[in-house]
Design a protein around this ligand. Structure first.
Ligand SMILES: NC(=O)c1ccc[n+]([C@@H]2O[C@H](COP(=O)([O-])OP(=O)(O)OC[C@H]3O[C@@H](n4cnc5c(N)ncnc54)[C@H](OP(=O)(O)O)[C@@H]3O)[C@@H](O)[C@H]2O)c1
Length: 372
């Protein structure tokens, strides 16, 4: 064990993915050490309203205690040594303090769903820290920050598109090896995959939305899924990786509900979805009459991103997708008439945490090599 290399972790977010990550790190220490020579050690756990941090590392007992806290304990105040925090300004102070106290080569992990953290992550790279994100929002804010984070060489974000499916790493390899990516298209939302499969089966739109919500496939407010914003954010990340100078407004986005329903409460909205039943039944029927089926597709080609409902062949990869799985299809110059297909579960706490841990290990090895 003496020649193990410690990798300090400062984790932001102790929600669903954050807890699964903590648990996996605790449970897999021996196998990770044997296979990689690395020992992942938490130096900070940061939530919305509080944190625990120690420049000597946090003991495993404290991480276990964090796992035992009730969900939504955003101040972590049940943990020994927990400090309250008022806002993001204190996050920066915390990173600076740990750095001043000698914590080097740390990996900061963002498994929050927070907006506005991108400058903090840029600051972290300036301290020589790596950044691993499952949170898409820091990469869909300003183009300038996205490019600065990418250029740092200290960023990993596999789980921002298709959870732990190897979408980002595949694209990175294509780009790093000088292939030319001609197009990317796919179904990036399990929720909308479920919904379009249900429409195809003849279920009314309103019932499909209600059932998706009941099954826990939607956000508490289903409009967050139905508006396509989450899919558009994923497409924006891929487009920016391709080097396109895109901002969110540049994406042609089709929402599955009209603007007049935006101001309703969630309950009012769920009631109002029945007004859309006839329209979606007609669209599904029209597609079936042509031997096609509806899918909610993100497409990137020639510098443009489109996100919305599309009729696709039933025999196509996207058309044969059922349920909540995701699919991403890359066409490139070298692959020619063939295509690269990445498919499987695009959500789930355990798989997402596994993807985040994979990113941490990958980045830790690269940082040792590039920035010893
Ligand atoms: N779940 C999946 O299958 C999946 C898959 C791929 C990617 N992701 C992404 O991974 C991230 C986490 O997902 P999740 O399902 O774990 O969400 P979650 O259960 O809502 O957890 C997010 C946690 O972050 C905390 N938080 C919010 N703002 C914070 C801040 N500024 N600083 C520190 N902590 C903060 C939240 O506290 P409060 O509850 O008090 O706000 C919550 O505990 C999201 O960005 C999500 O889009 C999730």
């Amino acid at each position: 064990m003496s020649d193990l290399r410690d990798v300090p972790i400062i984790q932001f977010g102790v929600g669903g993915v954050g807890r699964a990550l903590l648990r996996q790190i605790l449970e897999t220490r021996a196998v990770v050490a044997r296979r990689t020579g690395l020992r992942l050690r938490h130096f900070g756990l940061v939530e919305w309203k509080g944190y625990v941090a120690d420049s000597n590392g946090l003991p495993d007992e404290l991480l276990q205690a964090a796992l035992a806290l009730p969900r939504g304990e955003s101040s972590l105040s049940g943990l020994p040594g927990a400090q309250p925090k008022a806002g993001h300004g204190e996050d920066r102070t915390l990173l600076d303090r740990l750095h001043q106290q000698g914590v080097r080569g740390a990996i900061v992990v963002d498994v929050t769903a927070a907006h506005g953290l991108e400058q903090l992550w840029l600051h972290a790279t300036g301290l020589g820290y790596g950044v691993v994100l499952s949170n898409k929002r820091p990469l869909t804010a300003s183009l300038e920050t996205f490019r600065a984070l990418e250029a740092s060489g200290r960023l990993r974000h596999e789980c921002t598109v298709g959870a732990a499916l190897p979408v980002i790493s595949t694209l990175r390899t294509l780009l790093d090896t000088g292939d030319e990516v001609l197009s990317i298209e796919g179904c990036f939302s399990g929720t909308l995959g479920y919904l379009t499969s249900a429409l195809d089966d003849g279920m009314p739109f309103s019932s499909a939305v209600a059932e998706a919500k009941r099954l826990g496939y939607t956000e508490p407010d289903p409009r967050e899924d139905l508006g396509g914003v989450d899919v558009a954010r994923k497409a924006l990340i891929l487009g920016r990786m391709l080097g396109w100078p895109l901002n969110f407004e540049d994406i042609a986005l089709e929402s599955l509900y009209p603007a007049r329903m935006a101001a309703l409460t969630v309950d009012e909205f769920l009631q109002a979805t029945s007004e859309l039943d006839a329209e979606y039944a007609q669209r599904a029927q029209d597609a079936q009459n042509r031997g096609l089926t509806l899918r909610y597709v993100a497409g990137l080609q020639d510098g443009h991103c489109r996100v919305g409902l599309r009729e696709v062949s039933r025999q196509s990869l996207m058309g044969s997708l059922r349920g909540t799985d995701n699919i991403v299809v890359f066409r490139t110059r070298r692959y020619g008439d063939n295509q690269i297909v990445v498919a499987g579960p695009g959500a789930g706490l355990e798989v997402t945490a596994e993807g985040v841990m994979g990113d941490i290990l990958d980045l830790a090895r690269e940082m040792v090599y590039n920035f010893p």
